[in-house]
Design a protein around this ligand. Structure first.
Ligand SMILES: [Zn+2]
Length: 248
């Protein structure tokens, strides 16, 4: 395959020492299948804005560009369709889903409920090592700058290192699904410099509350963190709709 294949090594190493390492090593040694690699590439393009909402994705064109047939591209698109990132329209084919603020509001509301529970369970279980790791990730985030793919990945690592400390794998799995379905909106939010600054300040406040072991403050700061994102996205979406109406 001509385009580079990315291997999945996530942060599980830091939180689930043995099984995490085994899983990371196994997946590192196993190259991705064609459709997994295509899936990763399309996800990346949606995150960094190379593929935009409303844009059509042609399996044969993407396949030709990546040096694979249209078959693995279709497989990848079917997965993205299941996650709500693309829709398959008659005559138009696969189209990147537009920002739907009602969907996003619902996803954020469910996250409020689940993340609050995850934090409540996680804080009392945090070890000194976890705190050190979380501080490291916050410092890493300060260094990332405006690389959206990297920033969304490190941001995700920060929040999930905390969630995983709850030792509730089913809850964490549900949270991953919710984050997967809203990843590209988060990238859109973080692309705005003021939002990035805001998120940066909030991460430091969340970190301080974690270090103090103050469950209620962590919950409160994380609730504000999500609220700022969803409100900014709702405003951006209203502005886009306003533009569309005035130019129509
Ligand atoms: Zn964050």
């Amino acid at each position: 395959m001509r385009f580079h294949i990315l291997y999945e090594i996530n942060n599980q190493m830091s939180t689930a020492p043995l099984s995490g390492i085994i899983e990371a090593v196994t997946s590192f040694e196993r190259p991705k299948t064609a459709h997994e690699a295509v899936l990763q590439e399309i996800r990346q393009r949606m995150l960094d804005g190379r593929i935009r909402p409303g844009e059509a994705i042609r399996p044969d064109a993407i396949g030709a560009e990546l040096g694979v047939s249209a078959v693995p591209v279709r497989e990848a698109l079917r997965i993205l369709e299941g996650e709500g990132h693309v829709t398959n329209r008659p005559h138009r084919g696969y189209v990147v889903a537009e920002l739907d603020i009602a969907d996003l509001t619902e996803i954020y509301r469910i996250r409020d409920l689940l993340e609050t529970e995850a934090v409540r369970q996680a804080i009392p279980k945090l070890q000194a090592d976890d705190i050190t790791e979380l501080r490291k990730i916050v410092a890493e985030m300060d260094e990332v700058g405006d690389d959206m793919v990297e920033l969304t990945a490190v941001n995700r690592r920060f929040h999930f290192t905390l969630f995983e400390a709850a030792q509730m794998p089913h809850l964490v799995r549900l949270l991953r699904m919710l984050w997967d379905s809203s990843d590209r909106y988060r990238a859109r939010y973080l692309r705005v410099p003021e939002n990035r600054q805001q998120a940066h300040d909030q991460h430091h406040r969340i970190m301080q509350a974690i270090a103090d072991g103050d469950v209620d403050r962590v919950i409160e700061e994380k609730t504000l963190h999500r609220a700022h994102a969803i409100n900014a996205l709702a405003e951006a979406s209203a502005a886009v709709l306003g533009d569309a109406q005035s130019t129509a």
